[in-house]
Design a protein around this ligand. Structure first.
Ligand code: BQF
Length: 292
């Protein structure tokens, strides 16, 4: 069993990005600039945005966090987005999800200009990704594919089973994994799937992205499989000074001995999600996907 080290891999990619940024600024261009809109004070969202700001620093990017209280109106948020869409000093921006219930996430997402949508959530980027066209790729799926590539894990003709059909992980990952060049055979399973274990046991690459701590147990995994754990649920833990720990969707202790490769939580997919956002922001600043 080999551990897939997302933390080390992400650090290496951030160093590569920082080199590119150093060359840009040496040529007299400004550094890439990422803006994050953070609504309310959800603990998870605060941490995620802090992770993104820290990653920007490591890459030599400029970053700005715009905070609004949880009672912000949708109209205010849309007007903020309009300003960022038209701000030439901003290369890309994100609205940290989830948003308070009174705000329509879809309307907010569709208000972002696709050219600045570095989360890749706008239907234009989602559609372009599914067609295999240049686009801002969804961060978690792109990070998973990057890990498979850097660890030389074969995908061509292999069975990839994804548990979870969310718009931000399951669906876009399925479309990436079946693309030419990756060439996996993909199954997407979800809460209505019958006899789930019989499907997951066929997986050469098993991706757990359903958000249930410890859901994937050893009996669901084929000997020698690669297991990718996307779960990052906060579970109470009195032994931690934060009062919680991050739990993956995989029963790591019992599953790991059966695997050829496995990602840990924390330090697996999470840091790669952040680094994909950095890669998208760099591409936005270079107008690589949508030429001016
Ligand atoms: C790690 C996210 C659910 C809903 C909205 C590093 C992150 C997490 C874990 C992180 C996530 C999860 C993010 C680790 C961003 C990934 O060391 O294991 C980084 O910051 N993430 C998000 O922005 O929104 C979410 C999960």
């Amino acid at each position: 069993m080999e551990l897939i080290d997302g933390k080390a891999t992400s650090a290496q990619i951030k160093a590569e990005i920082a080199e590119t940024v150093a060359r840009m600024t040496a040529e007299g261009r400004r550094a890439p600039h990422l803006v994050a809109i953070l609504v309310g004070h959800d603990g998870g969202s605060e941490t995620y945005v802090a992770n993104k700001v820290k990653a920007c620093e490591a890459c030599g990017f400029r970053s700005t966090v715009i905070r609004r209280e949880a009672d912000v109106t949708e109209a205010e948020l849309l007007s903020l987005i309009d300003n960022l869409n038209n701000d030439a000093e901003v290369d890309g921006f994100i609205v940290q999800l989830p948003l308070p219930r009174h705000i329509d996430e879809q309307r907010v997402t569709e208000a972002i200009r696709p050219e600045k949508d570095v989360d890749g959530f706008h239907p234009v980027n989602v559609g372009r990704q599914s067609l295999g066209l240049p686009c801002f790729r969804s961060a978690t799926p792109a990070g998973i594919v990057e890990l498979l590539k850097r660890y030389n894990i074969p995908t061509r003709g292999k069975r990839c089973v994804i548990i979870g059909r969310s718009n931000i992980v399951g669906k876009p990952l399925a479309s990436l994994m079946m693309q030419r060049g990756i060439d996996a055979t993909v199954n997407v399973c979800h809460s209505a799937t019958e006899d789930l274990a019989s499907i997951t046991r066929e997986a050469d690459i098993l991706v757990a992205a359903l958000g249930k701590p410890g859901f994937v147990t050893a009996d669901m995994v084929k000997e020698g499989a690669t297991v990718i754990d996307v779960g990052t649920t906060r579970v109470p833990d009195a032994t931690r000074k934060s009062g919680f720990r991050l739990s993956g969707d995989v029963d790591f202790e019992n599953v790991a001995p059966k695997c050829s490769y496995i990602t840990p939580v924390p330090g697996g997919v999470g840091p790669m999600t952040i680094v994909s956002l950095m890669q998208n922001t760099l591409r936005a600043a270079m107008h690589e996907i949508y030429p001016e």
